[in-house]
Ligand binder design. Sequence first.
Ligand SMILES: C[S@@+](CC[C@H](N)C(=O)[O-])C[C@H]1O[C@@H](n2cnc3c(N)ncnc32)[C@H](O)[C@@H]1O
Length: 357
Amino acid sequence: MRTYQQSFINLLKNKNLKENENDILALWQSLPVRERASLFIDTALLITLLRFVQEQYWILNQEREEPAHFGNFVKKYFKSELSLILFLHATLESSVVTDIEEMRANLLVILKVLLPVMVKHEQADHIVFATECLKLMVDIFEFEQQLHNVYEDKKEVANFTLDRTFDALDIVFNLDYKSEMQSTDPDETLERIFQGSGVGVQSSYNTIIMALNFLRLPQNARLTDLGSGFGRVGLVISLLRPDIKFIGYEFVASRVDLANAAVKKLGIDKQLFFHQDLSLPEFKIPDAEVYYLFDPFTQETYSHVIAQLNQIASQRKIMIVTKGNAREQFMTGSEKKNWSAPQVLNYANFCLFRSRG
Ligand SMILES: C[S@@+](CC[C@H](N)C(=O)[O-])C[C@H]1O[C@@H](n2cnc3c(N)ncnc32)[C@H](O)[C@@H]1O
């Protein structure tokens, strides 16, 4: 158990946490920055996990006359989904289902208090906090992938996902989607820019982290995001693998500005994101070892971009990571002789194409 986790449990069990928000702040202020990251990750994770527990308990009781004993019911999940939160084992086993509802309400209070203080770290701590959160996610997503493999082997549908669990981390990057969602500017472009789609424009943290793991890139490899949105891919990669030379090209200027501001706030002294319309014939996509495409283009722009990637692939070995419909576009638009069969990772929803070079 981490040192703060007993105090965290006390907050979860507090019957009047809304009136005692200072206890949350006091705990936060007492912690070194890496432990703060862990506290945030625990909070976000528990919001998802306790909801999962509640749902499973509800489903189980649909088939019973008498509700199952909650402590006995929850025990078995500590060998699977809940093994991520072993520190809560004793607490949950001695709880009744209504305690879970109270804990979830307290988690939301904790998150509400933490989010505004998380953005206030000094620059040196800011980058440590964000990087530590991502490192903790690496282990969590690896665990989740193993869990999904078990579901797949048993031919069961995974009713458990951490896809959007850590989206709140975007607040430390100041990725303010609301400004765009409230914008009433007419959309005058024919390009596919997902105006006002908010966080949905971004790859989820598990996709980016698992793709990075899967790629096993050598030191100083170059990775280019074609349609980089608000910049989450570049931010995650630059923090977890600062050696990688990342470039993101994006059509929407305000997204590029937000992404570059996040880079600056982290104290990273490089421009990572560039305002660029990739449909323009005069723009040539520069060389890289990996290109990342999440559902970015219109049919015409796909044809133009994929033709360039085919050209690069005919000369050297490259990899393409696709997410969303980019996979089908790439399957139809790529020159088959240049590429080996794609590897698909259902968990994290991405696909990897390797050129033969
Ligand atoms: C679904 S988002 C993906 C964002 C990011 N790659 C990620 O995975 O989090 C696709 C992005 O491609 C951008 N896009 C669409 N057409 C483009 C073009 N012609 N040139 C550059 N970017 C474009 C959109 O504006 C959008 O932000």
